[in-house]
Design a protein around this ligand. Structure first.
Ligand code: CDM
Ligand code: ATP
Length: 285
C-alpha cells in the first residue's frame, strides 16, 4: 500500500509575543492559517525496520535531522511499530522561510503513518506528539485557521479568512527562528497586534478589516537585521498589495490581494529582485 499526504504552508496573520519563559521559549498568541502551497508526501511500508527519506530537493537533510524522519521515529518508538517506512518528500514550500515547511512535513508524516500503520491515534494525541517535534507542528496537524497559544501548541479553531490571493516572496537569506526570538525585547515594542480584532475581522469575513489588523511582533527584529526584508515589504505595498506582513520569524513576506487583476503587476515587480515568488490562494476550512 502506498499513501499520500499534503503538507501545506502556514502564514501567521497575527503573532503577538507575551513573555519570555524559563524554558527558553516565549509565550505567544498567534492566528495561523494555511495557504495552498504544499509539499506532497508519499509513504510506503518497508520490509525491514528502517526509516528512509528521499526528496527531489537537494538542500534538506535526509537523515535523522529531517523532521519527517523524526516524526516517523517518534511514532515507531511510542507505538512499538516494527515495520519500516519509505517516505518521499516532494518539496514545494521554500525551506527556512517562516512558512513551517519542515513542521508541516512532520505533521503530514504523523497523519499519514497513523493511517498506514492503522494506529487509530486521535488527532489531539497526534498534536501532543507533534509538540515534541516543534512549536508549529500541532497547528500543522490540524490545519485550518486557529489561535495558537502557549508556545504554539494550545489550539482554538476559529473562523477562516475570506477568500483572497496570497503573494509570497522569500528573499535569498537564511533566518534562524531561535536568533530572532532571542533578539526580541518585549519593552521595545511600540504597538502590540490584536488577536481579538483579527478574530473579529475573520468572523465578519471582512477582507479590508483583515488587512488592517495584520501584525507580527517579530517583524521589527528581522527587518532591522535584514534590510532586504524591509525593502521587500515596502515594494509589495508600493506594487499594490492590500495587506502586507512578514510570516513567522521570516524572511518570507506575504501580501494579501483581493483582485486578480492586480496580481501580474505585483508578481512581475517582485520577480525583478526576488527569485522565489509564489501566487497562491488562502485555504479556507
Ligand atoms: C515563528 C513561528 O514559526 C511562528 O509560527 C513559531 O513560533 C516557531 O515555531 P518552530 O519553528 O516550530 O519553533 P521550534 O522549532 O519549536 O523552536 C525553535 C526556537 O525558537 C524559539 N521559540 C520558538 C517558539 C516559541 N514559542 N518561543 C521561542 O522562543 C526557541 O528559541 C526555540 O529553540
Ligand atoms: N522536511 C523538511 N523540510 C524542510 N526543512 C527541513 C525538513 N526537515 C528538517 N529541515 C531543516 O529545518 C530547518 C528549517 O526549515 P523549515 O522549512 O521548517 O523552516 P521554517 O519554514 O522557517 O519553519 P518555521 O516557520 O516553523 O520556523 C532547515 O534548516 C532544514 O534544513
Amino acid at each position: 500500500m502506498r499513501i499520500y499526504e499534503k503538507a501545506p504552508a502556514k502564514i501567521n496573520l497575527v503573532l503577538d509575543v507575551l513573555s519570555k519563559r524559563t524554558d527558553g521559549f516565549h509565550e505567544v498568541e498567534m492566528i495561523m492559517t494555511m495557504v495552498d502551497l504544499a509539499d506532497r508526501l508519499e509513504m510506503e511500508p518497508l520490509d525491514r525496520d528502517a526509516i528512509i527519506i528521499s526528496s527531489q530537493a537537494g538542500y534538506i537533510p535526509l537523515d535523522e535531522k529531517n523532521l519527517a524522519f523524526q516524526a516517523a521515529r517518534l511514532l515507531k518508538d511510542r507505538y512499538d511499530v516494527s515495520q519500516g517506512v519509505y517516505i518521499h518528500l516532494d518539496k514545494k514550500i521554500p525551506v527556512a522561510a517562516g512558512l513551517a515547511g519542515g513542521s508541516s512535513d512532520a505533521a503530514a508524516t504523523l497523519r499519514g503513518l497513523n493511517r498506514l500503520w492503522q494506529l487509530n491515534i486521535p488527532e489531539q494525541e497526534l498534536c501532543t506528539l507533534g509538540a515534541e517535534l516543534g512549536s508549529d507542528v500541532p497547528f500543522c496537524v490540524t490545519g485550518g485557521t486557529a489561535i495558537a497559544r502557549g508556545r504554539g501548541e494550545k489550539l482554538e479553531v476559529i473562523a477562516s479568512p475570506p477568500q483572497c490571493w496570497v503573494v509570497l516572496a522569500k528573499p535569498p537569506i537564511n533566518v534562524s527562528t531561535a536568533d530572532i526570538y532571542g533578539k526580541f525585547r518585549l519593552h521595545e515594542q511600540r504597538e502590540r497586534p490584536s488577536i481579538t480584532q483579527m478574530r473579529q475581522a475573520l468572523e465578519n469575513k471582512s477582507f479590508a478589516q483583515m488587512c488592517t489588523k495584520l501584525g507580527n511582533s517579530l517583524e521589527n527584529v528581522t527587518l532591522q537585521l535584514y534590510p532586504e526584508v524591509k525593502q521587500l515589504k515596502e515594494s509589495m505595498i508600493k506594487l499594490g498589495a492590500d495587506g502586507v506582513l512578514m510570516s513567522g520569524s521570516g524572511p518570507t513576506v506575504f501580501g494579501l490581494v483581493s483582485k486578480e487583476a492586480k496580481l501580474a503587476r505585483i508578481y512581475n515587480g517582485l520577480r525583478g529582485f526576488c527569485k522565489e515568488v509564489y501566487v497562491v490562494r488562502m485555504l479556507s476550512n
